[in-house]
Design a protein around this ligand. Structure first.
Ligand code: PXP
Length: 272
């Protein structure tokens, strides 16, 4: 379904049914809207805190989809600190939208991705010491190994996205790998404490998205996005998908996952 942003305020259906919402939004001519990929790593983080079986990220994916998620994202890290291979394999069988696998560009991970066959792979930098992904890939310095992973995956029918900072040189290097997408790292924007800094960082992201599109890349974005800062990123022309985890799962702990996803989806769609 082609989705379009409303040019004027839209009355939401009283039921809050995301399917009905999609129908209304799709009827209004306007700009394409970003879809929402829900990152469920932190459901697994909670489970791994006790090394038990709950909460199950597979159940979380079902609820996220019921709330209107357009895709499910998981990061299978080398240290397996949250998502496990068992989760990935079950999610591949159960996710009804699309499955985005975030992973390091290592030969071992490429083998797993080729076996599990997610709908697309996002290559990310990975360091064991980091709490979360700390920045974009240095595609300029690691063009050869990254290019090889892109070629191996895409030649087997798995499209690849590269998580990068919005720097023109990195974007050009990303395009040279033949990756289909980039995911713009929004962490610097998300961490900006003052409005002037946020405005500057949004301009940087906008310029990065425009350059990437000129280079023939499709554009996603993510990292550090919240209910308060997502709208400006969602409005960047050509933005296709926003991958959001921590903020949604944090709200879900208090209000429930379906509702948390529905509220974030409405913000991505510009309907609230
Ligand atoms: N995109 C990428 C590439 C990431 O590594 C992460 C974190 O796993 C996210 C998006 C989601 O970030 P957050 O949890 O801050 O929303």
């Amino acid at each position: 379904m082609t989705k379009s942003a409303p040019r004027f305020p839209v009355l939401l259906p009283r039921s809050g049914d995301p399917a009905a919402l999609d129908t209304i939004v799709a009827c209004i001519p306007g700009f394409p809207l970003p879809t929402l990929g829900v990152n469920i790593d932190h459901i697994a983080t909670l489970r791994q805190a006790r090394r038990t079986t709950e909460p199950d990220p597979v159940a979380a994916a079902v609820l996220a989809e019921l709330g209107g998620a357009d895709g499910i994202t998981v990061h299978l890290r080398e240290d397996r600190r949250h998502i496990q291979e068992r989760d990935l394999r079950l999610l591949r069988q159960t996710v009804a939208t699309h499955l985005n696998l975030e992973m390091a560009a290592t030969p071992a991970m490429v083998v797993i991705a080729l076996e599990v066959r997610p709908d697309y792979v996002t290559l990310v930098p990975e360091r064991r010491e980091e709490v979360t992904t700390e920045g974009g890939l240095d595609v300029l310095s690691y063009a050869e190994p990254l290019g090889q992973a892109v070629r191996e995956l895409q030649s087997q029918g798995i499209p690849v996205s590269l998580f990068v900072d919005p720097h023109p040189d990195q974007l050009a290097a990303a395009a040279a790998t033949t990756a289909r997408w980039i995911e713009l790292h929004t962490g610097t924007y998300a961490n900006a404490a003052h409005e002037a800094d946020q405005v500057r960082e949004i301009a940087v992201l906008q310029k990065g998205a425009a350059i990437a599109q000129q280079l023939g890349l499709r554009v996603n974005a993510g990292h550090g996005l919240t209910y308060r800062n997502v709208s400006a990123v969602a409005k960047i022309p050509g933005m296709e998908e926003l991958n959001i985890g921590h903020s949604i799962i944090s709200r879900a702990v208090l209000v429930g996952l379906e509702r948390a996803v529905r509220e974030m989806k409405a913000l991505c769609s510009g309907t609230i």
